[in-house]
Structures are given as C-alpha cells and as structure tokens.
Design a protein around this ligand. Structure first.
Ligand code: ADP
Ligand code: MG
Length: 259
C-alpha cells in the first residue's frame, strides 16, 4: 500500500523524527531520527538497556515521547492501529488463564471487529492459515500455557499474521528458541517481506544479524548507525556501542577453546 505524499516522495512505512523518550531523569532514547521504507526487513541491535524495546513501543504508540514523533505511513499510529501488528518479548505475557492456541491466533482478528461483534468463520479460517504457516496446526486445541516457550512464540507470530497488518514489530522473537523454531520464524519473516510487508525485529545475536536483515538500527540511547549490515557491523562502530563487552566475549571464547 504505497502512498505518495504532497512533495511527490513515497511516504515511509515508519518515520521517527527527533525522538526522545524518558521514564525517569535519564532518557531511554535521545534524539533518534530515521525512516524505514516499506518492504524492508530491519533489525534493531544494541546492548541490554539500550532502548530497543522502547523504540519499538514508540512505534506502537505505547510510550509517549518527551520530544519528537513517530509517523506510520505518514500519520499518527492511533489512526492506523490495525495496520501494525506486534509480537511482544517472551515472558511479557503470563498465560495462566485458559485459552487455546486457536483462540490466541484468532485474537489477531479483533482489530477488524467491534468489541460486541463475534469473530466470523472467515476470521477463524485466517487464524488457522496463520497457524499452518508457523507449523502449529497440530496444537490448535491445546491450552497456550501448556506449550514450550518457542511454541508460544510461534503462536504469537500466528496472531500477528492473522491480523494481516502492513507492518510487523517483533521484540526478540529468536531469544531462547530452538533451531526449528528459529528457522520457522525466519521463513515467515522472509515471506512477509516478499509480500511487501515491513518487518522490524529486535535482535540480540550479532552473529546472524547480517544474514537475517536488509538494514540494521544500532542503538545505545542514541542512534549509532542505520544502514545495511555491512556498514553497521564494523568493529569501530560496535566497539563504541558495546564498549569492552565484545572483546571480553572474544577473550572468553578463546579461553574456552584452550580449556
Ligand atoms: N517501564 C519502565 N520504567 C522505567 N524504566 C524503564 C522502563 N522500561 C525501560 N526502562 C529503562 O529504559 C532503558 C531502555 O530500556 P529498554 O528499551 O527495555 O532497553 P532494551 O530493550 O534495549 O533492553 C533501560 O535503562 C530501562 O531500564
Ligand atoms: Mg528489550
């Protein structure tokens, strides 16, 4: 759904302008500006506490900026809520109450219904198709709380897919999952991109970042870099952001190998 703005340029899927966000006295994000074109697969990287989740929540309109703004297809996210799907960080949701896998996937359809409207057969069909895509059809009738973390992650993906949004935001979908789930999620992300969707993923693993993403956002409170992985994953830039930690990891690995 490309749109052309008044100056004749294509409207960005996501535009972040001069964004500063604080929870307390120290800003979690400081003066971030970037624009993401439609149809890109984008990774957000940076150390713990660097503001990755906060940037994602800003794109969703969940946190209010001190300064600046985020625009989704040229407008405030509140105007285009159904077009943005979100898969939260694992552990952010506690699944103690009884709800089946199929019901969770079908929740993706509620953005198209008023609260008093029941979901239709078509909604459930879309939920089932989404479960098929993440290879969780066999678990349709299971309680979500009975699944492993990786399986729950795939069901969340299905919920986002059922929503049929134009933008998908995923917070660390690969954290702690097994290889099969990692592959399943990555396949889905690539399919989405091939369908022209814009996908933004908080990612913790630098080793796979270049392989998985078209563009990387490197954060530590400020924006340290935004561009193709080749440009972002250079030792100087990573050294500035991760400070001593990368060298420490390299040392540990070397020691481990010598043991
Ligand atoms: N709800 C909150 N209340 C107070 N401080 C928060 C809250 N959420 C995040 N922070 C702080 O904001 C900073 C950025 O956090 P976050 O965006 O979660 O980073 P990341 O996802 O990169 O680990 C951290 O210092 C964190 O402690
Ligand atoms: Mg986070």
């Amino acid at each position: 759904m490309s749109q052309i703005n008044q100056s004749g340029r294509k409207t960005s899927a996501i535009e972040v302008e001069d964004l500063t966000v604080s929870y307390g006295p120290v800003p979690a994000l400081l003066d971030i500006s970037l624009a993401i074109e439609e149809g890109k697969l984008v990774g957000i990287i940076g150390p713990n506490g660097s503001g990755k989740s906060t940037l994602m929540k800003s794109m969703l309109g969940f946190v209010k900026p001190d300064v600046g703004a985020v625009r989704i297809f040229g407008t405030d996210v509140s105007n285009v809520k159904g077009r943005v799907a979100y898969v939260p960080q694992r552990g952010a949701v506690d699944w103690d109450f009884p709800i089946t896998v199929r019901e969770v996937a079908a929740m993706g359809r509620y953005s198209y219904r008023r609260w008093w409207q029941d979901l239709t057969a078509k909604d459930y069909k879309l939920a089932d198709d989404a479960l098929e895509k993440v290879r969780m059809s066999d678990y349709r009738g299971r309680q979500i709380g009975q699944l492993s973390g990786g399986q729950q992650q795939r069901v969340f993906m299905a919920r986002a897919l059922a929503q049929d949004a134009d933008i998908l935001l995923l917070d660390e979908p690969f954290a702690g999952v097994d290889a099969a789930t990692e592959r399943a999620i990555l396949d889905v992300l690539e399919d989405l991109k091939n369908d022209g969707k814009t996908v933004v993923v908080v990612h913790h693993d630098l080793a796979t970042a270049a392989e998985y993403f078209d563009l990387l956002i490197l954060l530590k409170q400020r924006l340290f870099g935004f561009g193709p992985p080749k440009m972002i994953l250079n030792p100087k830039l990573l050294g500035d952001v991760y400070e001593g930690t990368l060298r420490v990891f390299a040392e540990l690995e070397k020691q481990g190998a010598e043991d």
